[in-house]
Design a protein around this ligand. Structure first.
Ligand SMILES: Cc1cc2nc3c(=O)[nH]c(=O)nc-3n(C[C@H](O)[C@H](O)[C@H](O)COP(=O)(O)OP(=O)(O)OC[C@H]3O[C@@H](n4cnc5c(N)ncnc54)[C@H](O)[C@@H]3O)c2cc1C
Length: 380
């Protein structure tokens, strides 16, 4: 077993870290989508990390572990995680399904602008009555000659208001359940699409989250990903990417928080001692370290398993569960270490906890990850 990263991988990590540190969010409202930063992320190559350069000029075709390491650097460096979250949703839940399941013509048509960041995509599956359980989607796609007619509403769509394309999951044959769902790429400009106003969220504020409605939206059959009935499988594959790679961002954020807590504890004094000398404080930070390293190792193992093409459901669910729960707990610990300062928004210490709470919900809640683990353990 070799835990060492190659020199090239470490250089890419350092490059991502310093690039992300330079990202400038000044002058933007807290919940404003940062279009300039998005374009910089596109130029950096974020949206094409795992995508072959033959489909997009700045596609890199990196293996998943290298991709994960770069995302860790971005998460650690960037002052804002919301835009990175939006970028990861675009990349792993939209570009990847197109890359892995789109026709050659669709890949050639869509990937260059999606990978450069010129165009934005959003993944739309969750519905009012289908959140954790997506076995039945009320959104339908009915065949009409060379077209499908989409009708329905999606409840929580990251990038909903800024998207140029939606990757939409809809029922094409209700009688077949999971096997009756199909995936479509729907251009924003098609008549019949209505986008709700952006939700005000607890965290990840720069990422936009919207309802999106489809009313007799005509989509050409060539915009389907895979075959009719393969939607659920395509969605599951995209979640495999998202649960690994998107969550690598949060490992980076936790690393930065840990370092900030160590620096604060070593300088903040009460009486004649730095607070690091109080065991209650230093042990709290030790727990942050152990939680972070355990989650990080689970992530690397899940990503490694994915690279080996073996069933990695349990490893990915364990990694997603561990990272998101560690993120919440460490976000809270960081506030405790900083005392009242941590509770003041200007300190930005509170930001991680607010961002972290979302992570125990999206890409499948913590309960759903436990269900997946139990299933693989033979408990269900
Ligand atoms: C910031 C953010 C971004 C999002 N982005 C997107 C997006 O881009 N595209 C998209 O389609 N969706 C998106 N979502 C929606 C997200 O995928 C759903 O919120 C999530 O799947 C949970 O669904 P729900 O909110 O309807 O909760 P519910 O499914 O109603 O769950 C409510 C509670 O019941 C529990 N529960 C439900 N079923 C089970 C079960 N079988 N076993 C055990 N416990 C269960 C849940 O764990 C939870 O605690 C986003 C959500 C958030 C918060």
């Amino acid at each position: 077993m070799n835990f060492e990263w190659s020199e090239a991988q470490l250089e890419l990590f350092e490059h991502a870290l310093s690039f992300a540190k330079d990202l400038d969010f000044s002058g933007l409202a807290e919940d404003e989508f940062p279009h300039d930063v998005w374009r910089q992320l596109g130029d950096f190559g974020f949206f094409g990390l795992p995508i072959d350069g033959k489909y997009a000029a700045n596609g890199s075709g990196f293996d998943i572990l290298t991709t994960v390491k770069i995302l860790e650097g971005l998460g650690q460096g960037s002052a804002d995680t919301g835009v990175l979250f939006a970028g990861a949703a675009h990349t792993f839940a939209c570009c990847m399904p197109i890359y892995e399941h789109g026709s050659e013509a669709l890949k050639r048509e869509l990937l260059p602008a999606l990978v450069s960041g010129e165009k934005i995509a959003a993944n739309a599956i969750s519905e009012a009555e289908a959140g954790s359980n997506i076995a039945t989607l009320a959104t339908t796609a009915k065949r009409d000659g060379d077209y499908y007619i989409l009708n329905g509403g999606k409840s929580y769509v990251t990038n909903g208001s800024v998207a140029d394309y939606y990757v939409v999951y809809a029922t094409t044959n209700k009688a077949f359940g999971y096997l009756g769902q199909s995936a479509f790429v729907v251009p924003r400009g098609v008549p019949g699409i209505e986008v709700g106003k952006s939700y005000k969220k607890m965290g990840l504020s720069k990422a936009q989250l919207n309802q999106v409605f489809f009313d007799d939206v005509r989509v050409h059959k060539d915009m389907m990903l895979g075959q009719e009935g393969q939607g659920a499988r395509i969605f599951a594959a995209s979640m495999d990417w998202e649960r690994c790679c998107l969550f690598a961002l949060f490992i980076g954020v936790m690393q930065r928080d840990l370092e900030r807590c160590i620096a604060y504890a070593n300088t903040r004094k009460q009486g004649d001692k730095t607070i690091s000398k109080f065991q209650a404080v230093s042990h709290r930070i030790a727990d942050m370290e152990v939680r972070l390293q355990s989650a990080r190792l689970l992530l690397y193992f899940a990503a490694w398993q994915k690279s080996q093409n073996v069933d990695n459901t349990k490893a990915v669910a364990s990694s997603k569960l561990a990272i998101s729960e560690a993120f919440v707990q460490s976000g809270l610990d960081a506030i405790r270490v900083h005392g009242a300062l941590g509770y003041i928004q200007e300190s930005h210490v509170d930001m991680s906890l607010r961002d972290a709470v979302g992570s125990i919900l999206f890409s499948g809640t913590s309960d759903i990850q436990r269900e997946l683990i139990c299933n693989r353990l033979g408990l269900l």
